[in-house]
Design a protein around this ligand. Structure first.
Ligand code: ZN
Length: 273
């Protein structure tokens, strides 16, 4: 179920060119060293060992207690703790335009959901996978929204896994203003920075009544951005909004983490139920 050489890339000319320059299945997507083609997600054994994997849940109740904010998100999950390796993945995707990384990232996310027994039934209950949006100017500059690439790929993979037409990728949110990058501002500023930042694309308004949504972002820090999105979705009638990120730098984490040298944990991530 994870990346293998027969899972050939498809998509834009840029993606094809990047595939020629940095072929998947040849170089580790974290460190760039040669990697055996059979390795999951095209990550070498050294990086695989160094990544702090986990069935991570961000403790929104603790975050609420300490920040004094009410959360609109129902839950927030992540696949790995923010570190040099996950930072490299996110930066390569966003800023080095390695759009092909959306595929192994969505595979990691799929495995995260499918190998956690507490989430049996969760995928079947989802209606939509919704990406956190980028402002049109940033989109123009970057050429793509990394969360949308991941969301589209993940929605397709999840629907295929359960042999269903849902969940469906639904890019229904708009970013109305060019906010300062969240990583550049501190605590309280993150919220004023986001005032009026998001809205719903009216074309999708009728889709959301009573829907269960998986919101996608690459990284979860304080949850300010994701929670603004959750509020818009709930105001439009969504019944549940859960966040899934590749990585998290949030302080209030709970769940099981991979103890060093615990190969059972790693194999449980790769093996779907
Ligand atoms: Zn590596």
């Amino acid at each position: 179920m994870y990346y293998t050489s027969d899972d050939t890339p498809k998509g834009t000319v840029l993606e094809s060119l990047l595939q020629l320059l940095f072929p998947m299945g040849t170089y580790c997507i974290c460190c760039g060293k040669y990697v055996d083609i059979t390795r999951p997600y095209c990550i070498c054994d050294t990086c695989m060992e160094a990544i702090n994997w986990g069935f991570i849940t961000i403790d929104l109740e603790e975050e609420r207690k300490h920040s004094g904010r009410t959360f609109y998100l129902d839950s927030a999950l992540s696949c790995m703790v923010y570190s040099l390796h996950s930072k490299r993945l996110v930066f390569d995707l966003k800023y080095n335009k390695k759009t092909y990384l959306a595929r192994p990232i969505s595979m990691i996310m799929e495995d995260r959901l499918r190998s956690d027994e507490t989430l049996y039934g969760f995928i079947e209950s989802l209606d939509y996978v919704v990406p956190v949006p980028l402002h049109s100017e940033r989109l123009k500059k970057r050429g793509f929204n990394q969360a949308a690439l991941i969301s589209e790929n993940l929605a397709h993979r999840l629907a295929k896994a359960i042999n269903s037409s849902s969940p469906r990728h639904l890019p229904c949110l708009r970013r109305n203003k060019q906010t300062i990058e969240q990583r550049s501002v501190t605590g309280g500023q993150r919220f004023t920075n986001l005032e009026g930042a998001f809205s719903l694309d009216p074309r999708y308004e009728s889709n959301l009544k009573g829907s269960r949504i998986l919101l996608i972002d690459d990284i979860f820090t304080t949850g300010a951005t994701a929670d603004r999105c959750a509020r818009i979705l709930k105001d439009a009638g969504a019944s549940e909004v859960h966040l899934l990120s590749l990585t998290t730098g949030n302080y209030y984490l709970k769940g099981s983490f991979r103890p060093r040298g615990d190969e059972d944990f790693l194999s449980s991530i790769y093996t779907s139920p």
